[in-house]
Write a new protein. Structure first.
Length: 587
């Protein structure tokens, strides 16, 4: 950089961005998608916006900036800061008497707190309803009623949830809100389905679907078709379930709704498996994995693009400053003689600052390369898992199936029904079928980097359904606490937990002569309690021989860092408990 350019740059007038109400409102009114998608980087702009609004005494612009900061920090997972900024916005709305935005912000705050503090969430929602009803803010009430219904549904207060869903629907119908009406109808139908009132739920879903088809709302159509398919699957109408899952996938593909398509392919695979159509189930599951990887790649590319934009913005900012220095070069040159001492100090500062910027840019480039390398390694690992699971399914699975078919041909081709050979062949066939089931469970675990308790719920439910078919006189029950939906385990941990539950249920069926078997997963402090209870004949653990089943459960429990215990006595059934330390999971 020349001396003249350097001096011009040092003594250029400071640039102040004039902020007026129009520019403040322009930032505050950015779309919801823009604010949430760029939540990690856009916060500084809204902090500056709030400061500018406060400086010119524009209270509404300041309040809107705080409301946006509350939304941004919520999506960044900084919940305490989110609540603090929302409360700031609420205080300003109250001061300026903007009741419409006050009701909306109370509602947003209540809905955002639903999973962290339900009593406070309900309190804020009731304030929102009181203000909106008092001022007859019918448009705001549409969303507030729906969100309050969600809070009631989360607490299993289904009658109250239905009341508020219907209130919201009634207002939307007055506004002829063709976008909002199907959402309310889906909520109402969902409550009917939860109560197993499937005949009431289906026409409501179909009404919502009719509106969304007329609007060509492919995303909404995909969700409603999936809900109808789930209803048919629940009522064992598997062919209709397949038909509607297929329509859901087609609508999702039409709209580029990739995440929904992935989840729907997984549900479709489960239905095909129940139908015994293993080839279609396997194909659907491959589609699920493909779409899931596509979602991951899309998110990764978005992250890389955002980092590149940040890097290019820094370069453009530097070029802008240099250009401004050139424009002001002649005007600043007359100050050279009197300010030489300042120039020397400023040169040292510039050199330091330039080096600091260079170091920061190098660090960002290094982080970007490391992130890309990590993602590529994960993709390669996932591909290896898929190839191994595909080999297991196509080679070992088909060979086991051939063995079963050959054994059946031997049994039916020769009169071996009463012979020891026939019994032995039957025993080998049963063992081979059990091995295929074990192989499918192993493939399921291999295809997951991690396993959530929600995935485990589906697997256990499928196992119970098959056990129920074999033991029709046994009553099964299975419950899992809602607050455990976010718990994740490694694939090895998930498989070990599943095997412990499976072994406990099989023991109860084979040896206990039980009529009731209950499986419960709940949270106790930092622990997760998994309990399997039966009302069978029971036994004295001190006198009973230690078989492979109990020993396997003990070893699997230790492998996941859990505590295994067994309680039983003759005539009083058996209780098997596995206690997991939640903080130690995925370590």
């Amino acid at each position: 950089m020349s001396k003249r350019l350097l001096i011009a740059f040092l003594f250029a007038p400071a640039l102040f961005w004039a902020q007026d109400r129009k520019s403040i409102d322009s930032l505050n009114n950015l779309s919801f998608d823009t604010k949430t998608n760029r939540a990690a980087t856009i916060g500084k702009l809204f902090h500056a916006n709030a400061a500018a609004a406060k400086k010119i005494g524009y209270a509404l612009g300041e309040a809107d900036s705080y409301a946006n900061l509350g939304l941004i920090y919520y999506y960044r997972g900084k919940y305490e800061q989110s609540v603090a900024f929302r409360l700031k916005a609420i205080a300003l709305y109250e001061n300026i008497g903007n009741r419409q935005k006050l009701a909306h912000e109370y509602g947003e705050l209540g809905y955002a707190m639903k999973r962290r503090n339900m009593p406070r969430a309900q309190g804020y929602m009731r304030k929102a309803i009181a203000i909106a009803e008092q001022d007859q803010l019918r448009f705001e009430l549409c969303g507030i009623y729906d969100n309050y219904g969600v809070l009631k549904e989360m607490q299993h207060q289904l009658d109250s949830a239905m009341l508020f869903y219907r209130k919201g629907l009634q207002l939307k119908e007055q506004f002829a809100d063709s976008i909002g009406i199907p959402y309310s109808l889906n909520n109402i139908a969902g409550l009917y389905a939860m109560r197993k009132r499937y005949d009431d739920a289906l026409p409501v879903y179909e009404k919502a679907l009719q509106i969304r088809v007329a609007r060509r709302d492919f995303a909404g159509m995909a969700e409603t078709y999936a809900s109808i398919a789930a209803l048919y699957a629940e009522t064992k109408q598997l062919d209709k379930a397949v038909e509607n899952y297929r329509k859901s996938i087609a609508s999702a593909q039409q709209n580029g709704y990739i995440h929904h398509a992935a989840l729907t392919f997984r549900s479709l695979a489960d239905v095909y498996e129940k139908q015994g159509k293993t080839d279609l189930a396997y194909d659907s599951y491959k589609q699920y994995v493909t779409y899931k990887d596509s979602v991951l790649n899309k998110e990764t590319n978005a992250l890389i693009a955002e980092l590149e934009v940040q890097f290019e913005s820094q370069k453009k900012e530097k070029m802008l400053l240099e250009k401004q220095a050139e424009v002001n070069q002649q005007r600043q040159y007359i100050l050279v003689v009197s300010l030489i001492a300042i120039c020397v100090a400023a040169i040292g500062y510039l050199l330091y600052r330039q080096q600091k910027i260079r170091n920061r840019q190098q660090a960002q480039e290094h982080e970007l390369r490391a992130a890309i390398a990590q993602i590529e390694m994960q993709n390669q690992l996932q591909q290896q898992r898929l190839e191994i699971s595909r080999d297991l399914h196509d080679n070992i699975g088909s060979q086991l199936t051939f063995i079963i078919s050959s054994l059946d041909n031997l049994r039916f081709g020769f009169d071996l029904s009463d012979s020891k050979i026939g019994q032995k062949l039957q025993s080998i066939g049963s063992f081979t079928r059990d091995t295929i089931v074990e192989l499918r469970d192993t493939i399921w675990a291999m295809n997951h980097n991690d396993i959530g308790l929600e995935d485990l719920r589906v697997r256990i439910a499928n196992f119970i359904d098959k056990a129920q078919e074999a033991a029709t006189d046994v009553q099964f029950s299975f419950t899992i606490a809602d607050d455990l939906s976010g718990v994740r385990l490694t694939s090895v941990q998930g498989m070990n937990v599943y095997r412990v539950i499976q072994e406990a249920v099989n023991n109860a069926l084979k040896y206990a002569d039980a009529k009731n078997i209950a499986i419960g997963i709940s949270k106790s402090g930092n622990n997760i309690d998994i309990v399997v209870t039966d009302n069978g004949r029971g036994f004295d653990p001190a006198q009973a021989p230690s078989g492979n089943g109990l020993l396997n459960m003990q070893k699997r429990s230790e492998a996941v860092g859990g505590k295994f215990s067994l309680a039983s006595s003759p005539g009083k059934g058996t209780t098997i408990t596995l206690v997991l330390d939640q903080q130690a999971l995925r370590s």
